[in-house]
Structures are given as structure tokens and as C-alpha cells.
Design a protein. Structure first.
Lengths: 255, 430
């Protein structure tokens, strides 16, 4: 972003990468694929790079409002300084926090999740599923991220990105507003679960496997970790892939 | 004349007792902090119409939804009959509305059909609770009292409907006999089936008709006074509760105003925060919650849909959103009783956190909003959980060690993991 501004350019959209997208090895792949999609359709975008910092989401969900607001206000200062208007995020948690909780602290932007961007591009005819891997007839089940689905009512965008593949979409019993959490939300990602009968991600992956999928599709880097671990623990890595909506889109377009 | 006076006395006493208890609940709810929910009245009315009146969120489970609808419609519509009973009771008339003629027959006929559907639904509900043993009716919080409360409500409704039908059967028989003031009025599509089991003599019939009439109205008044002690209070509070429910996206948590000023002062030394009385951050006890949270607690009818949808509960963790609501109400009732006994400001050394809700419960929540989505009357257990976490974190600095480590990383590295901020763009290089 800094470089763009220095060159006197203005991006159409700011890509908010998020901590997982920046540091987590698996999520970095998703980040790169989102960039490939943006590049492919010719959208001029920027990232904040080292000027980006945690949105404060995990701190807020865990009850540390101080830390959340410190992070939020610092980020808002940066975003406002660059006069950012539109943001696309690679993570539903960043999406929810910036979209819903930043306006009250002085940061109002148009915020979309990358699945919504993909849906828009498909609707505008700028993005198709051609020139890459064919997903025709492959069985895909989509796991709704809580902070995209229930938290913000976005159920159709990720499905639109899958429908264009001509694949066989199968829904889990608990889907959309009734979807089961992967177990990572509310700062659970950063701690051991409380004692119980089972880990939540195992409960979820068992349900996903009931649909006999070849691909479990995700839209959140934290869900990705939980689902991937679940598939691994169930020893199904050979025949079941866990892929982000962006990765599937990039693959389908040969990016 | 005597019976009219008795009737008036009982009715007034019942209404007075109810308003006394309802006022106490009103007072208890107002022990909560302020929360502005006066915005967007049109959207709020619409939410109430859809969710409470139209029971839109019940539809996810069609069979209970249908049965519940029968009981609900029966409750609302049959209460028109109560109006007639009250007029008859006060004035000494019999079937005061009979002048409506054909329409009266239509009304009584409909009430009878509704009474039958209520009766049948309640019987099925009893079977579901006690024989089929639906999973969500179990759980640690479903102790002896909540279970008896549910059964007591169902049995009472069955008895009230039975009395109504038997009364009509006796009345119809008396009408046929041309007895005294039993003018020919109403139609009896359901109770006519019961006529066969009733005696034939006029005196026995009058006794049965009067007995059922009194039983029905005293039963209703007693039930009214049972409501404030019962989970069944939802029949009244479901309406205001949905009206005042959260209209913002479920994922949006409140930005604490008290923190805002401190953080602003920290980031900008020239900013002087407005003078406010020092309060606590988050909630330790029910009085630290908002009145909306407390209204939620009194509205909960313990159906357990939240708990059945909760990922933590499903996988065997201690957390149960229904228990969060029941604990909040139980503690609030306790605080209320303390005020009644010892006056305002009495400290009993207990609190919602630890004495009712454990740390293990609040830290098991994934904040996934499955509970708020599942609640048919828009109760929000999640907000209470987060307020308790806020207290634990910001007032006591007591959070799980790994959560503390995450806080440290966010504070120092701008990420929840221990990575250097300088490496934030390294994803490009792979």
C-alpha cells in the first residue's frame, strides 16, 4: 500500500490478508490464490504488508476489550490515513470485525469476504471456471464458517463460487444457519479444548465425511486448520481434500 | 349473589397477587444496566410479529412447531371465552354472549375444536418428555424442579381443557332437558361425544356444570399466578423479548464505551476522558448485566434448542447455553429475594460467576452463535458468556494460560502467534 501511494496510485480495493493468511503455512497458499484471482481479473489491489496488524478479533471474543480496541484504533488510523474505502478479507473473522465493529470506533469501510468478491466477479462475467482443473461431477461439501454464515448471513456467495464448477454439491445435515462450528471460534483456536467426549472438529469432519465428499470446501483459515486436522486424524488424507473457496476457484481457472 | 361476590373477590385477589409478583420481576429486570434498544421501532415490531406472534423460528422442527402452535392458538383464542366467564361471574348471567346467535355457536364450536387440539398436543408433549425422552429435555441443568415445572404446566393445561369440555357437555345436556336458565346456545362438536358418560339427572348435571365452570376459571387464575414462578412466563415475555432483541448482525459484539475512553487517552495523551464513576468491566454478577440479558433470563422456557445446537455441549463439554439462562434467572431471583428481605444493597457474598456459572463453562464457548440462532424467542446467551469473560480477563486477569499467551502475542507482535511483524509479507516469497 505504501509503495502504491508513493507512486501516486490508488488501489480499487485493499486486500486484508489477516494473521493466519500471513503466517500460517497452509493459509498462505489461500492468500496467494486470492492474489492470483485479483490479478487474473485485473483488479488493482494493495495489501498493508507490515503495516497490517491483528484486527483484535481473538482478543475481543476472549473478553479482552482493551486489547481489541487498541488493535482496532491503531488499524483504523492506518486505514483512514490511506483513505481506504473498500476492503476484501481472506478471513471471516477479520471480515466480521472490520465490517461490524470498526465503524463504532471510527472506521467505516465497505467490507467483503473473498467469497463475496468471487461471487461478484462470476456475476459480472469476469470470472468463469475454465482453463484449469475440471471439477465436473466431483463431490464437494461446503462447511459454513460461523462468522461468515450465522454471524453475517452470507450463505450463498461461497456456494455460488462452487456452483459454477458443475460439480456435485452435497450439503451436510447441519448447514447454513444450522451449521456446526469447526471448534476454532471464540479464541478456541489458541487454547486446548475443555474436557469432554470429543473434539468439535472431529464431530464436524465425521458429519462431512458422511456426505462421501472428494473435497471439503472451507472459507476460513481457522476452519481450514480444524477440518484438515480432522481429515488427518480420520486417516482420510488420501481421498479427501480440504480446500478454500479461493483455492478451488484459482485451480478451476488454471491460475 | 353470594357466588358473584366470591367470584369477584377471587378474581381481584388473583389479579392483585399476579401484579405484585409481576412488579417484582419488573424490578429485578431493572436491576440490570441500561441498554438502548429504542432504535428502529418498525423493524422491532416486525421482528416481534414474525418471531413471537408468527413463531417463525419454531418451524425448524415441524412436529413440535405444529403441536406448539395448537397450544398457542388455543391459549390465545380460548381466552375470548374467559371474557364471557368473567362477565357471567360478575353479573350472574349465563353465557352472556349467547345473543350473538349463529356466530356464538361458531365461536363455541371453534373453542371446542381448539380445546381438543390443545388437549391432544399436551398429551403428546407429556409423552415426549417422559416416555420418548428427547435428548434436549435432559442435561445437568434439568434437575427435579425444571422437570416438574414442565409436567405441571402440561397437566394443568390438560385439566383446564377437560373442565371446559365437560362443562360444555353438561350444559348441552341441561339445554336439551330445558333446565332452568340453561338457554339453548352454542354448538358442541367435541363435547357432544362426552355427553354419554355424564349422569342424566338435572341436579347432578348442574353440579358437574358448576363444578367445571369454577374449576376452569379458578384454574386459569391459579395458572396466571403460577407463571411468575415458572418457565412458562415465556407466554407473556416472548413478545417484549423479541421486540427488544438484537437487530445488528449476530457477529457484532458491543464496543465497550468505558474502554473506548481509556484507550483513546492511552493513544492520544491530549485526550482527557470524561469523568465517569468507576465501574467494573464485564459482569461478575447479574446486576452487572444489562436489563435485556435479564429479560432474556425470565423469557427462557428451557426448551433446550440452544443447548442441542451448541458445539461445546454436543461434544460433551460442561457448557450449556440453557443453563447460562437458567442460572442467570435463579441468581436474579436470589438477588431479588435478598432485596425483599434485607433491603437494597445487601451483599450475600455470592455471584453469578463461580457460584452459578463456572469458568470451565464460559471458556468452552466458541462464540459460534448457534444458540442465538436456535432460540425461538431471540434469547442471547452468548452476550452473557462474553460479559463474564470480560470480567475474568479485565478485572481479574484470570484467563487460561494459553489465552494469556495469545493476548501477549497480539500486543507485542500484532498477531495471535509468536511471529515477527517484520515477516508479515513472507507469504509472497513461497
Amino acid at each position: 500500500m505504501a509503495e502504491m501511494v508513493a507512486a501516486g496510485e490508488e488501489p480499487e480495493i485493499l486486500f486484508w490478508v489477516g494473521c493466519a493468511g500471513s503466517y500460517d503455512e497452509r493459509a498462505q497458499k489461500i492468500t496467494r490464490d486470492i492474489c492470483k484471482i485479483l490479478h487474473h481479473v485485473g483488479i488493482k489491489y494493495a495489501v498493508l504488508g507490515t503495516e497490517e496488524s491483528c484486527t483484535g478479533d481473538p482478543a475481543k471474543r476472549a473478553g479482552n476489550e482493551f486489547l481489541f480496541q487498541m488493535q482496532a484504533m491503531a488499524n483504523i488510523e492506518v486505514l483512514n490515513a490511506y483513505q481506504v474505502k473498500k476492503i476484501v478479507t481472506g478471513c471471516p473473522h477479520c471480515f466480521n470485525t472490520i465490517k461490524n465493529e470498526y465503524p463504532g470506533l471510527g472506521g467505516s469501510y465497505e467490507v467483503i469476504h473473498h467469497s463475496q468478491l468471487i461471487q461478484q466477479l462470476i456475476n459480472e462475467g469476469k470470472l468463469r471456471a475454465e482453463g484449469g482443473e475440471s471439477f465436473k461431477g466431483r463431490k464437494i461439501t461446503f462447511h459454513d464458517p460461523c462468522y461468515l454464515g450465522r454471524a453475517n448471513g452470507v450463505y450463498e456467495a461461497p456456494r455460488a463460487a462452487l456452483e459454477i464448477l458443475d460439480a456435485e454439491l452435497v450439503e451436510m445435515k447441519r448447514c447454513k444457519s444450522n451449521g456446526l462450528c469447526c471448534g476454532a471460534g471464540g479464541a478456541q483456536m489458541f487454547k486446548e479444548p475443555e474436557r469432554g467426549k470429543k473434539d468439535i472438529n472431529i464431530e464436524r469432519i465425521e458429519e462431512a465425511l458422511l456426505t462421501a465428499p472428494q473435497i471439503v470446501a472451507a472459507g476460513c483459515p481457522f476452519c481450514m486448520t480444524m477440518l484438515k486436522d480432522g481429515v488427518k486424524l480420520k486417516d482420510r488424507e488420501q481421498d479427501v481434500e480440504v480446500l478454500d473457496i479461493a483455492e478451488i476457484t484459482a485451480r478451476a481457472n488454471g491460475l | 349473589m353470594i357466588s358473584q361476590l366470591i367470584f369477584i373477590f377471587i378474581t381481584l385477589a388473583a389479579v392483585a397477587l399476579f401484579s405484585l409478583n409481576a412488579r417484582k420481576i419488573w424490578r429485578n429486570i431493572n436491576l440490570g444496566h441500561a441498554r438502548d434498544r429504542s432504535d428502529r421501532p418498525a423493524a422491532r415490531w416486525l421482528t416481534m410479529l414474525r418471531v413471537a406472534f408468527g413463531q417463525s423460528k419454531m418451524a425448524t422442527k415441524p412436529i413440535p412447531a405444529l403441536l406448539h402452535f395448537f397450544v398457542y392458538a388455543g391459549f390465545v383464542i380460548i381466552n375470548i371465552e374467559v371474557l364471557e366467564i368473567v362477565i357471567d361471574g360478575i353479573s350472574g348471567s349465563h353465557r352472556a354472549f349467547h345473543g350473538l346467535g349463529g356466530f356464538y355457536s361458531f365461536l363455541i364450536g371453534s373453542f371446542e375444536i381448539l380445546a381438543l387440539t390443545v388437549w391432544l398436543s399436551c398429551v403428546i408433549f407429556l409423552i415426549r418428555r417422559n416416555v420418548i425422552r428427547v435428548r434436549r429435555f435432559k442435561g445437568v441443568e434439568m434437575t427435579a424442579w425444571p422437570k416438574s415445572d414442565a409436567n405441571l404446566i402440561l397437566v394443568t393445561e390438560i385439566l383446564l381443557m377437560s373442565a371446559f369440555l365437560i362443562m360444555n357437555a353438561a350444559d348441552a345436556k341441561l339445554q336439551a332437558l330445558g333446565a332452568g336458565h340453561y338457554i339453548s346456545a352454542g354448538s358442541f362438536p367435541v363435547s357432544s361425544w362426552l355427553q354419554g358418560i355424564l349422569p342424566a339427572t338435572e341436579t347432578s348435571l348442574v353440579f358437574i356444570e358448576r363444578f367445571c365452570w369454577w374449576f376452569h376459571i379458578i384454574g386459569i387464575l391459579a395458572f396466571l399466578n403460577y407463571l411468575p414462578y415458572s418457565k412458562h412466563f415465556h407466554i407473556l415475555l416472548a413478545f417484549p423479548n423479541t421486540y427488544f432483541s438484537k437487530l445488528r448482525p449476530k457477529g457484532e459484539f458491543t464496543n465497550m464505551e468505558s474502554v473506548k475512553n481509556e484507550v483513546k487517552a492511552m493513544l492520544d495523551p491530549s485526550f482527557t476522558p470524561p469523568e465517569t464513576a468507576p465501574g467494573k468491566f464485564g459482569a461478575k454478577d447479574v446486576t452487572d448485566l444489562t436489563w435485556v440479558n435479564l429479560l432474556n433470563a425470565y423469557t427462557c422456557t428451557e426448551c433446550g434448542r440452544c443447548t442441542a445446537a451448541c458445539p461445546a455441549n454436543i461434544t460433551g463439554k460442561l457448557l450449556s447455553p440453557r443453563k447460562i439462562m437458567m442460572d442467570t434467572r435463579d441468581r436474579l431471583e436470589e438477588v431479588g429475594r435478598n432485596i425483599d428481605k434485607h433491603g437494597a444493597g445487601y451483599e450475600d457474598g455470592k455471584a453469578l460467576l463461580d457460584d452459578y456459572i463456572s469458568r470451565e463453562e464460559i471458556w468452552a464457548c466458541t462464540t459460534c452463535n448457534a444458540c442465538t440462532q436456535a432460540c425461538p424467542v431471540n434469547i442471547d446467551p452468548l452476550e452473557i458468556i462474553v460479559e463474564l469473560r470480560r470480567y475474568a480477563v479485565m478485572e481479574e486477569s484470570k484467563s487460561p494460560a494459553s489465552i494469556n499467551a495469545m493476548f501477549g502475542n497480539v500486543e507485542n507482535n500484532g498477531a495471535p502467534w509468536k511471529y515477527s511483524p517484520a515477516d508479515r509479507l513472507n507469504w509472497r516469497d513461497a
